[in-house]
Design a binder for this molecule. Sequence first.
Ligand SMILES: [Zn+2]
Length: 204
Amino acid sequence: MSETILYDEIVDALAPWIHKVKAGQRLRIIDLEGNQAVDFLIYSALDDAERYSAQDTIAAQGNLFLREGALLLSNEGNPMMRIIATSVAYHDTIGGACSCESNTLRYGHHTKSQHSCVDNFLTVNATAGRGKRDMVSNINFFMNVPVEADGTLGIVDGISAAGLTVDLEALMDVDVVVSNCPQINNPCNGFNPTPIRMVITQNV
Ligand SMILES: [Zn+2]
């Protein structure tokens, strides 16, 4: 059995990305320069009313963080993708996507014109006929959101580094939607958004 590369592209800093990944295919995301949050949504290619569910995923694994072996479940409880390997210790399930609204609330009115992950998600989801009602809580690969003993969330310095990776295997045919996070007001991208690389492979 050999691995065939079906797709290998760089996603520019700040940019969105959308691509189909068929059951059995693998997606590798490479954090090229380190500490770049990759906001990530999954929709079933067959019926996009079925999509990634943070709640189902967290409840089933009994843990807030995504590590090697994590099953990413849909709102119907079906496994959509599995994290088959990762060179970063864990990934975030609860930090959500940055938006104009959250930026201006947290960081001030001067951030109103800044690009955000919600802008990216809406733009690229529109190409697949999806709108605001299709936005759900996303995964943040390479983002560090620790939970303190009292339940407080932090968005703190990342634990990723240049060249680190996460490898996912699709367990159904899926539409993967990504925002290469443009946030510059907190440390989730080291205050410097950078490109990522996406590689889709298949064993033949
Ligand atoms: Zn963002």
